[in-house]
Ligand binder design. Structure first.
Ligand SMILES: Nc1ncnc2c1ncn2[C@@H]1O[C@H](COP(=O)(O)OP(=O)(O)OP(=O)(O)O)[C@@H](O)[C@H]1O
Ligand SMILES: [Mg+2]
Length: 242
């Protein structure tokens, strides 16, 4: 087993792709071969025989991966939970293919970063959730959350669901935290969430105006991630030979 991390979130659209790409860029800049994966992607674009996930593109460009079909083994056009998209598009999520892709990535890279789909309880198939995939991949998780009003409830629910299942929660990353005009909730939530959950806060990312997933622009993501996120608490890599 290669080291790895599963980036999940309190919700969809919360910043999992941004966090996974930022982590990939930092680890790559430290000399590691980083494999990235979006096991199931919905809301994909392009012709039916060549659907493309912009999340996966953003990840594999960040990590400079050379096996797109391993990074993005299962794709759907409709922006729905995978199990629902699978029903609408009459194409079941192929869990065997996903596991095969994950094993192949492990053979080719030093470390694997997997981006989740929505949150922990998003269904991929009948009676099979993102949480089941995490268990089978045997990966620790990072929870990405917003930091504003509502974050305490969303984050604690996610941490609770993870801990009940025996997952190792490396910590929480807050995303799109304003640098000016911070609300009282944004100011106080990280400490409260840490105190109530006992889970480490790994840092927060600000709004980055030059970052755009659809056009694959990273702006200052690598530098900002390096500066503001405790990468060593997410994943401790063995020293590279000199
Ligand atoms: N720190 C940030 N600064 C600027 N834009 C951001 C930031 N974080 C996320 N975004 C933008 O917000 C949107 C959602 O972010 P992202 O795609 O990373 O979320 P996600 O949790 O991966 O969503 P999904 O559940 O669809 O995979 C994207 O359009 C992204 O470009
Ligand atoms: Mg994403």
């Amino acid at each position: 087993m290669k080291p790895g991390i599963f980036i999940t979130g309190t919700d969809t659209n919360v910043g999992k792709t941004v966090v996974a790409a930022g982590l990939a860029m930092v680890l790559k800049s430290r000399g590691f071969k980083v494999g990235v994966m979006k096991p199931v992607a919905t809301g994909c674009q392009g012709p039916d025989h060549h659907l493309i996930s912009m999340d996966a593109v953003f990840l594999w460009e960040a990590a400079e991966n050379e096996f797109p079909s391993l990074s993005s083994p299962s794709r759907y056009r409709n922006p729905l939970a995978p199990h629902v998209a699978a029903q609408v598009e009459r194409k079941e999520v192929d869990l065997k293919q996903i596991h095969h892709a994950y094993r192949e990535l492990q053979k080719n890279y030093d470390v694997i970063i997997v981006e989740g789909i929505g949150g922990l309880m998003v269904p991929l198939a009948k009676d099979y959730f993102v949480a089941n995939l995490i268990r089978e991949f045997q990966l620790p998780i990072v929870v990405v959350s917003h930091s504003g009003l509502g974050a305490i409830n969303h984050t604690l629910l996610t941490i609770d669901a993870a801990l009940i299942r025996g997952f190792e929660v490396k910590g929480v990353i807050f995303n799109r935290v304003p640098v000016a005009n911070v609300s009282l909730a944004e100011l106080t939530n990280p400490k409260v969430i840490h105190e109530l959950s006992g889970v480490p806060i790994l840092g927060s990312l600000p709004e980055m105006p030059d970052l755009n997933i659809d056009s694959c622009h990273y702006g200052q993501l690598k530098e900002v991630f390096e500066e503001r996120i405790c990468v060593d608490k997410i994943i401790s890599m063995p020293a590279l030979p000199v």
